[in-house]
Design a protein around this ligand. Structure first.
Ligand code: NAD
Ligand code: MG
Length: 408
């Protein structure tokens, strides 16, 4: 068996850890071509010592120098690259077959798009990249022959429920509707919770999944599901009218596909990212992922409920952005990233997140998104609008640009 060589973007994060756990279980199938992260040189050193990649990348240049020195002291031959160019270099390494994109936020777009242009097999966790660059990705993949495999659990569930020959044409395959399940986050069914006074730790206390803090807040506002609707539109070639959301508290059914004959196919598993990651890493084969099997006797009930769209307005904001022009999802995502980062720092209230997103969608300019630079410019404009809407000091506004992510 030839081993698949994997570049892992976002190696020090939550998806990065789950991915390396699966890879470590199958040294006969996978090798690590490169590991990349933002600025945590100590954590990346630890991973380099364990996985011995030929190349490592850090976005932050001084952290990259520190890593280089530490690797030399350990006599490890790993080559270190840095900055935007370094991330692009590892995303397009000729020796890597597969790029797992698990950087959080818009910051992941340039490298992931470069991987698409280089014709890689892309395992996509970084949904924000597709939300803001969907058309660019699809065009790049079509031209280069790149494959895009979702590892967001809902979208991975959907591809498992679609025919293997599915080619972004729902009508051709008799698909009536795609239904994404949502856990509802920590505040579903809690009308007593005052969104003006929620703390970051309360918002990040997800009932079923353990994830990075940005996506945990997105789950609490349900913006995560809104972003996933936009992600689904690009991945599956469906209109927004064919994509629905249902709250399913147990996070066991990860999504459903309805066919015109009345059949509904669902994918079930315990909520553990190693299942979709292993599925995408090994497809079309299946490999052991270390995930606890479902215990049917203990699955007392699987419940499905509508989304409370009044309490969680981010869902409708995402549908509205999808129905508008191509710059609208870019603006929505940027505003959300600024507002979530401000909330996590204590500079904004939980309730400000939806408010800032709505204000930015209203105030933004409508501009065509034809190139990566168009997307990055619309992203930067929306960040400035969001900072103004949140009355962030100038220094804080600068700190939210994608090149200066607050993540480790
Ligand atoms: P995380 O915060 O735990 O990790 C983020 C990773 O991105 C880290 O390795 C960090 O170093 C890196 N990073 C951040 N900014 C960077 C930059 N500017 N340049 C280079 N690297 C940078 O996040 P996570 O929970 O692992 O989520 C990663 C992505 O996967 C997000 O887009 C998220 O929406 C998506 N996702 C996560 C889960 C989950 O279970 N955690 C599930 C589905 C989808
Ligand atoms: Mg998801």
């Amino acid at each position: 068996m030839t081993r698949r060589a994997i570049t892992l973007l976002g190696a020090t994060g939550s998806v990065g850890a789950s991915t390396l756990d699966v890879i470590a279980r199958h040294p006969d199938r996978f090798t690590v071509a490169a590991l990349a992260a933002y600025r945590s040189d100590a954590k990346l050193l630890e991973l380099c010592l364990r996985f011995r990649p030929p190349v490592a990348a850090l976005q932050d240049v001084s952290a990259a120098h520190a890593l280089q020195r530490a690797l030399a002291a350990e006599c490890l031959p790993t080559r270190v690259v840095a900055g935007d160019d370094g991330l692009t270099e590892v995303a397009t390494l000729p020796e890597a077959d597969c790029v797992l994109a698990a950087i959080v936020g818009a910051a992941g777009l340039p490298a992931t798009l470069a991987a698409a242009r280089a014709g890689k097999r892309i395992l996509l966790a970084n949904k924000e990249a597709l939300v803001i660059g969907g058309a660019l990705f699809m065009a790049a993949a079509a031209e280069s022959g790149a494959t895009l495999l979702p590892i967001d659990s809902e979208h991975n569930a959907v591809i498992q429920c679609l025919p293997a020959s599915y080619a972004r044409n729902p009508a051709h395959h008799g698909v009536r509707r795609i239904v994404l399940t949502a856990s509802g986050g920590p505040f579903h069914g809690r009308p007593d919770v005052d969104f003006d006074h929620v703390t970051p730790d309360e918002a990040c206390a997800h009932p079923t999944w353990s994830m990075g803090r940005k996506i945990s807040v997105d789950s609490a506002t349900m913006m995560n599901k809104g972003l996933e609707v936009i992600e689904a539109r690009w991945l599956f070639g469906t209109d927004a009218s064919c994509i629905d959301i249902v709250v399913h508290r147990q996070s066991v059914v990860h999504s459903l596909v309805e066919y015109v004959d009345g059949s509904v196919l669902a994918q079930m598993s315990n909520p553990d990212m190693r299942t979709p990651i292993a599925q995408a890493l090994a497809a079309p084969e299946r490999i052991e992922a270390g995930v606890t099997p479902l215990d049917y006797a203990r699955l007392a009930a699987l419940t499905f409920e509508p989304v409370d769209r009044r309490r969680f307005p981010c869902v409708d904001l995402a549908y509205a952005a999808l129905a508008a022009d191509a710059a609208a999802p870019v603006a929505l995502n940027a505003a959300n990233e600024v507002a979530v980062a401000a909330f996590l720092r204590g500079d904004a209230r939980f309730s400000d997140i939806a408010r800032a997103c709505s204000a930015v969608l209203e105030r933004r300019d409508v501009a065509p998104i034809v190139t990566l630079d168009d997307a990055l410019a619309a992203d930067a404009d929306a960040r400035a609008l969001a900072a103004a809407a949140l009355r962030l000091p100038r220094s804080r506004a600068a700190a939210v640009a994608p090149r200066h992510s607050t993540h480790a």
